[in-house]
Design a protein around this ligand. Structure first.
Ligand code: MLT
Length: 208
């Protein structure tokens, strides 16, 4: 049996028609970190926000890494499936539709892995400072799922070639990818919030 329980926060929707968000924090964050961001980019959405179950020197993450930017890929696979099971259980428990992931850094990387390994779990994704999570992923069928990838031009953790490769990988799997490179580093900027808000508005309008 897969252990699917994550410490998490759930905030119910306050307006119908806004997609539920799956909020995935960065290294050292927790389930409270992205609640404010979620409310800014999609006011009224239900928010499901788990805490990563891997600890690196006490800092929560969503999967193990061997060094910065070097991932334990067996663990990436296992943890992505665990997270997928958690989302399935949470959807039943809280009565929500498939969520749009909003992931930052390590959270964006597990969201990208989830898209590649279990595409049905997510309705789409906003990947903030994401990297390629798996060197040789299976062929995924993303069937037009919308993905917004926001990278930082001066990101010391994510090389430009890596985020470009992720955009290509997701597009080749059939996702509708919007990739923008912002004048920023690894940290988020106001431009991230504005672009994410506009993007989710346009995706929701199309789905309605
Ligand atoms: C990762 O480990 O997922 C990336 O290096 C980003 C981060 O520092 O969390």
């Amino acid at each position: 049996m897969t252990e699917t329980s994550f410490i998490h926060r759930f905030e119910p929707a306050t307006s119908a028609g806004s997609p539920p968000l799956l909020l995935l924090h960065g290294t050292g964050g927790d389930e409270d970190d992205l609640l404010g961001l979620g409310k800014m980019i999609s006011p009224g959405s239900a928010l499901l926000s788990p805490r990563g179950r891997v600890l690196e020197h006490g800092m929560p993450r969503f999967f193990r890494r061997l060094a910065e930017g070097v991932f334990d890929e067996d663990d990436v696979r296992r943890r992505a499936l665990e997270l997928g099971d958690f989302v399935a259980d949470a959807r039943q428990r809280y009565g929500i539709a498939a969520p749009v992931a909003v992931g930052f850094s390590n959270g964006a990387n597990i969201a990208a892995a989830l898209l590649l390994l279990k595409p049905d779990v997510l309705a789409g994704a906003i990947l903030l400072r994401a990297m390629v999570p798996l060197s040789d992923p299976q062929k995924a069928e993303l069937g037009g799922k919308p993905v917004l990838l926001l990278s930082g031009q001066a990101d010391p953790i994510v090389p430009a070639s890596n985020s470009a490769r992720l955009a290509t990988l997701l597009s080749q799997a059939g996702a509708r990818v919007t990739h923008k490179v912002l004048p920023a580093g690894h940290q988020l900027s106001q431009a991230d919030v504005a672009l994410a808000r506009d993007w989710i508005g346009s995706v929701t309008a199309k789905a309605a």
